[in-house]
Design a protein around this ligand. Structure first.
Ligand code: HEM
Length: 341
C-alpha cells in the first residue's frame, strides 16, 4: 500500500507545484519515468549511511562515496525542476498563458506564485531559491504523509471494530451519493481521532528537526551549554507511560472532546515553534481524504486474514519494517457511484 500512497502524494504535490501529475498507470512517459527515478534515488540515498562520516581517512584518499552520489542526484533534480520552471516561464509569457493558469482550473501553481514574486523581488526569488523550495516541499511531504497513511490503515486492519465504526460515521455523515471531499472532513470527528492516534503512536518525524541551544539552559535538570545540538525524542514523549495511560494501546475514546494536536506539548507529531511543520493543515487534509475515501469505498482485509505486523523499521520517518499488503472489495453501496462516468 505504501507505494500507492506514495504515488498519490507525489501527484498531489507535483500538481500543486507545477500543475502536472507524474505517477500512475496513465503516465508512463519519459518525463514521468525520469521523475520517478529521481524520487526513488532520493530516498535510497537519503536513508543511506555515509562511510566517510565513520572513517574520515577515506576522504583523504579521494573516496567520494555517498557525497559524490548525492551531488550527482542533486544536479539531476535541479535540472528536472529547472525544466519545469522554464516550461512555466514560456507558457506564462505566451498569449495563451497570460489569460489562463496552467492547471486549467483558475488556481495558481506554486511555481506561478513564485515566478510572480520573482518579478517583484528578483534579488531574493532567484531560480535557485525557487527550485530549492520546490525540492524541499517534495521531499518533506511524501514519505511522511504516505507513511502515516500506511500506519493508519495497518491499525484499522488490526482493529476491525474501529474500521467498522469509521465506515458507519462516513455512511451517516456523507452517504454514498458522492465521494468524500474536503468539505466533508469537518463532519468526521472519529476519522480525525484515528489520524491523531496514528500520529501519536507512529509519528513520521520521531526526533523532530535538530535544534541548537542559543543560550546555556537547563532541561530536565541537565545543564545544556550554548551551541549544543539537541534532538527532541517526540516518539518517547508520545509513548511515555507517565503521561499516557496504556501508551501502546489504540484507544480512540482518549481523544473524545480533544481539540487540536498539541495537547500541552504531550502530542506534537508536527513539532512546535518556528521550525514546526508548515504544512500540517495540508497533511491532515491529504491523509484524511485518502483514508476517508478508502473507508467509504471499500471493505478491507489482510491477505491471510491474520494480524498486520506492526514492527517499526529503521529510517528517519519511522517506516514500517514490513510494508502493508491488503485486499479490498468495492462496497456494494458504492457501485452506482463507481459506474458513473
Ligand atoms: C503526516 C504528515 C507529516 C508529518 C507527520 C510531518 C511532520 C513534520 C515534523 C515533525 C517536522 C519537524 C518539526 C519540528 O522540528 O518542530 C516537519 C517539518 C517540515 N515539514 Fe512536515 N510533516 C508532514 C507532512 C508534510 C507535508 C505534506 C509537507 C509539505 C507539503 C511538509 C513540509 C515540511 C517542511 C518544509 C518542514 C521543515 C520546516 C523547517 O525546516 O522549519 N510536511 N514536518
Amino acid at each position: 500500500m505504501k507505494s500507492v500512497f506514495f504515488e498519490l502524494i507525489l501527484n498531489v504535490i507535483m500538481r500543486m507545484i507545477g500543475g502536472k501529475s507524474y505517477c500512475g498507470e496513465k503516465l508512463k512517459g519519459v518525463e514521468s519515468k525520469e521523475f520517478r527515478q529521481i524520487v526513488a534515488e532520493s530516498f535510497r540515498l537519503g536513508g543511506a549511511s555515509n562511510l566517510v562520516d565513520f572513517l574520515p581517512v577515506l576522504r583523504w584518499i579521494g573516496y567520494g562515496g555517498l557525497e559524490k552520489s548525492l551531488l550527482v542526484l542533486q544536479e539531476k533534480r535541479a535540472r528536472f525542476m529547472q525544466r519545469l520552471l522554464e516550461e512555466h516561464k514560456t507558457k506564462m509569457s505566451s498569449d495563451e498563458g497570460k489569460d489562463k493558469n496552467l492547471d486549467g482550473q483558475g488556481k495558481k501553481t506554486m511555481i506561478e506564485v513564485l515566478l510572480s514574486l520573482q518579478e517583484s523581488e528578483p534579488e531574493y526569488y532567484t531560480n535557485d531559491i525557487i527550485i530549492s523550495l520546490m525540492l524541499v516541499i517534495l521531499t518533506t511531504a511524501t514519505d511522511t504523509s504516505a507513511g502515516t497513511m500506511e500506519w493508519a490503515m495497518s491499525l484499522l486492519l488490526n482493529n476491525p471494530d474501529v474500521l467498522k465504526k469509521a465506515q458507519t460515521e462516513i455512511d451517516h455523515q456523507i452517504g454514498s451519493d458522492h465521494f468524500i471531499d474536503e468539505s466533508d472532513l469537518a463532519k468526521l470527528p472519529y476519522l480525525h481521532c484515528i489520524i491523531n492516534k496514528t500520529l501519536r503512536l507512529y509519528p513520521a518525524g520521531p526526533l523532530l528537526l535538530p535544534r541548537q541551544s542559543s543560550e546555556e539552559c537547563m532541561v530536565g535538570g541537565y545543564r545544556i551549554p550554548r551551541g549544543t545540538i539537541l534532538l527532541v525524542n517526540m516518539w518517547a514523549i508520545q509513548h511515555d507511560p507517565k503521561i499516557w495511560e496504556d501508551p501502546s494501546e489504540f484507544k480512540l475514546e482518549r481523544f473524545d472532546g480533544f481539540e487540536g494536536v498539541r495537547d500541552g506539548f504531550k502530542l506534537m507529531p508536527f513539532g512546535a515553534g518556528r521550525r514546526s511543520c508548515p504544512c500540517e493543515g495540508l497533511a491532515l487534509r491529504m491523509v484524511g481524504l485518502a483514508l476517508g475515501s478508502l473507508i467509504q469505498c471499500f471493505d478491507w482485509e489482510t491477505l491471510d486474514k491474520g494480524m498486520v505486523d506492526m514492527t517499526e523499521g529503521p529510517g528517519l520517518t519511522l517506516p514500517k519494517a514490513h510494508s502493508l499488503q491488503a485486499k479490498c472489495r468495492p462496497r456494494p453501496t458504492m457501485l452506482k457511484l463507481f459506474s458513473q462516468p
